[in-house]
Design a protein around this ligand. Structure first.
Ligand code: BGP
Length: 486
């Protein structure tokens, strides 16, 4: 067995972490534009508007806005068949409420898609990747207001119509389940902002959870699930050939021990984190455990008959997810916690972790693929996976990122093993194919790319691009359809 002959190999990015051009082409402010840069050890801040004295990494990011031709040519050189990117809503509708879209924004993405077409690269486009026009966050309190469904669909209609000739694969919301998972989900997922001039967030701080209102957060998520279901239907109406997927933050949880208590706990984590949203988007209804979960979280949701029909009629064509690491589950308070992104949980003594504390677990991907395919029986796609690490540029400009190659190789091996066991896997887009800004810490130093970008945490550097060793390695992987992993 091997990967499908039409397997989509490629890389993934997101506008707010990659594009820059914040004040160009009529773009409006979006939520990440008011988030400062941090590091693993220092927090990033979400500020009340753009304030003096803060460095906001999304404003320039790594300037795909001006480097798109060069970057796409490099992707073509590696043999990419697919390029995952997102459209920044505020580039199309600067406040989210204009009567007409911003022509310059439309033109920019058209040029990007033209460039992909030139090389036969299929774009996989996320409609909402951790961003929202800032105006909508301020005026409506983000997705907590049902009004956002209508505004989002207007934006969807515009881009589905404009780009139907170029884009056949869409993803509605990036890591939609982050809204089910706690306080950080409010900001990144829901555009629900904390009050205050500057609030610390990120992995370096214990985030203040006091302003998190589960009722509001789950309501916002319900609105996104409705918006997603409606967008699926709309995409199919506008272009019957289009395929639309959901995107789940893959949270793989093992029982910490074989104590049945731990096994039940792990099942709870899997259900809450993965299946709560996955079931709605892939099966068309909230799962049987939803009522129990709402009760536990003190949430009451208004789900009308019309809402239920919307969810039923808007199931996705494929199920995509991000996978970086796994966690374990137990209620035993003496077990040490492994930090790292949103995956905080008891540390797994069998596994090592990255320099940012993310547990490395290729077999977990295998397990997760089997679980997701058994449950949904729809084509799966790994749309984010990779290793955030510091890279060293040698004097001759080479970058020997053997650690990254090793990480990717082991994960691809396990993907293949899962396909041998029957999983229908349609593609793989490695996260951050060109180095970009980290979502959790807002820094440059945490690099994922096959392509190095000369820029540091403070924003210094000419942004020139360099090929890392992994660039040449991935090129061979793609050319051999995953057979040559050495
Ligand atoms: C996912 C996000 C991405 C990306 C990735 C890596 O959760 O969808 O946007 O950033 O994680 O995370 P980080 O950038 O924090 O290393």
């Amino acid at each position: 067995m091997a990967f499908r002959s039409d397997f989509l190999w490629g890389g993934a990015t997101a506008a707010n972490q990659y594009e820059g051009g914040m004040q160009e082409g009529g773009k409006g402010l979006s939520v990440p534009d008011v988030m400062s840069g941090g590091t693993r050890m220092t927090p990033r801040y979400i500020t009340n508007g753009i304030l003096p004295g803060y460095h906001y990494p999304s404003h320039e990011a790594v300037d795909f806005y001006h480097h798109y031709k060069e970057d796409i040519a490099l992707y073509a050189e590696m043999g990419f068949q697919c390029f995952r990117m997102s459209i920044n809503w505020a580039r199309i509708y600067p406040t989210g409420e204009e009567a007409k879209p911003n022509q310059e924004g439309l033109d920019f993405y058209r040029k990007v898609f033209e460039e992909c077409k030139k090389y036969g690269i299929k774009p996989l486009v996320t409609l909402s990747h951790y961003e929202l026009p800032y105006h909508l966050a301020k005026k409506y309190g983000g997705w907590a207001d049902r009004k956002l469904i209508e505004l989002f669909l207007r934006y969807c209609e515009t881009v589905f119509t404009e780009y139907k000739e170029y884009v056949k694969h869409w993803i509605t919301f990036n890591e939609i389940n982050i809204l089910a998972m706690g306080v950080y989900g409010n900001i990144m997922g829901g555009g629900i902002l904390p009050e205050g001039e500057a609030v610390a967030v990120g992995t370096a701080v214990t985030v203040d959870e006091s302003w998190d209102i589960p009722q509001r957060r789950y309501t916002a998520l319900h609105h996104q699930l409705l918006a997603s279901a409606k967008a699926v239907q709309m995409a199919h109406q506008i272009d019957p050939e289009s395929k639309v997927g959901c995107m789940i933050l893959g949270r793989m949880a093992y029982p910490y021990t074989c104590n049945p208590e731990d096994a039940l706990k792990a099942q709870q984590v899997m259900r809450h984190a993965n299946y709560y949203c996955g079931d709605v988007q892939a099966r068309g209804a909230y799962p049987s455990f939803a009522k129990w979960l709402w009760k536990k979280e003190g949430v009451t949701l208004e789900i009308t008959k019309e809402d239920a029909d919307t969810l039923k009629n808007g199931t996705v064509d494929f199920v995509s997810f991000s996978y970086y690491s796994s966690t374990t589950a137990t209620d035993d308070p003496t077990v040490p916690i492994a930090a790292g992104n949103m995956m905080r949980g008891p540390a797994n003594p069998y596994l090592t972790s990255s320099d940012w504390g993310w547990t490395i677990d290729p077999k977990g991907l295998h397990y997760y693929l089997n679980e997701m395919y058994d449950r949904y029986q729809k084509p799966l796609m790994v749309v984010e996976n990779g290793l955030g690490a510091e890279d060293k540029v040698e004097e001759d400009g080479s970058i020997h990122d053997t650690y990254r190659i090793e990480y990717l190789r082991e994960h691809i091996r396990e993907m293949e093993a899962a396909t041998e066991e029957g999983v229908d896997l349609m593609g793989y887009t490695m996260w951050g194919c060109t180095d970009l800004i980290s979502a959790s810490t807002g820094e440059m130093a945490k690099r994922y790319g096959f392509i190095y970008v000369n820029k540091d945490n403070e924003g210094n550097g000419d942004m020139s691009r360099l090929r890392k060793d992994s660039f040449y390695w991935y090129k061979k992987v793609i050319a051999s359809n995953g057979k040559d992993l050495e």
